[in-house]
Design a protein around this ligand. Structure first.
Ligand code: SAH
Length: 211
């Protein structure tokens, strides 16, 4: 149930749901999602569903991981991507197989430590992880990122984080308006930030501080 055949079936379903980016499909065919969940849940790792990862958090549904990654790639191959909400590290691993430089922040120490170990075991050395509050952005304020992906829903845009988005950079995030959540793409153009509402989604909330 954790075999290559099971992963191939998942990829076929992703294609049927509108995931067209060959690189994303190829990477999701390869990255072993079952290694990012508890052993007791490994047999469900290739269902297209979110699963609990402890501490009240979830690993995102494969379709959502694929869709967000695809959105990050629409304007060509960027150099760096910053992820807010490492969680179990699965989305991070998918990004690390595609982008040259991956940065990821997690506010729950136990999840951060676990993700760090898993990514090292998969020999993904182009990833830098930090245990900190992602609403403040990457701890070095002079850093700029071509892409930013948030895997927890915010009710307002974290200013410090947005200021780390490069010129012509793209940020993809779930935005919560108090009623429901919408996947949102923010692009930094010559006239400032442009925001586009995409599809309805369900994410755990972005929370302040450390845990
Ligand atoms: N990409 C992850 C998603 C995990 S759920 C995965 O597929 O496993 C969202 C994650 O965001 C949780 O681990 C949660 O702890 C984290 N998070 C929430 N608010 C945060 C913040 N302010 N800074 C960093 N991480 C945050």
């Amino acid at each position: 149930m954790t075999s290559q055949r099971t992963r191939d079936r998942l990829v076929k379903r992703l294609q049927q749901q509108g995931i067209y980016n060959e690189r994303v499909l190829e990477v999701m065919r390869r990255v072993p999602r079952h290694l990012f969940v508890d052993e007791a849940l490994a047999h469900r790792a290739y269902e297209d569903t979110a699963l609990p990862i402890g501490y009240g958090q979830t690993i995102s549904q494969p379709y959502i991981v694929a869709q967000m990654t695809q959105l990050l790639l629409e304007e060509g191959m960027p150099n760096s991507v910053l992820e807010i909400g490492t969680g179990c590290g699965y989305q991070t691993a998918v990004l690390a197989n595609i982008f040259p430089q991956v940065y990821s922040i997690e506010r729950i120490e136990a999840l951060y430590l676990q993700a760090k170990q898993r990514l090292a075991e998969l020999e993904l050395y182009n990833v830098q992880l930090r245990y900190t509050d992602g609403t403040e952005g990457w701890p070095n304020p002079s850093y700029r990122f071509d892409r930013i992906i948030m895997t927890a829903a915010c009710t307002e845009l974290p200013t410090a984080l947005v200021s780390q988005l490069s010129d012509r950079g793209i940020m993809v995030l779930p935005f919560d308006n108090g009623v429901d959540q919408t996947m949102t793409r923010i692009t930094r153009g010559s006239d400032g930030l442009v925001s586009e509402a995409l599809e309805k989604v369900v994410f755990v909330p972005l929370l302040p501080g450390l845990n």
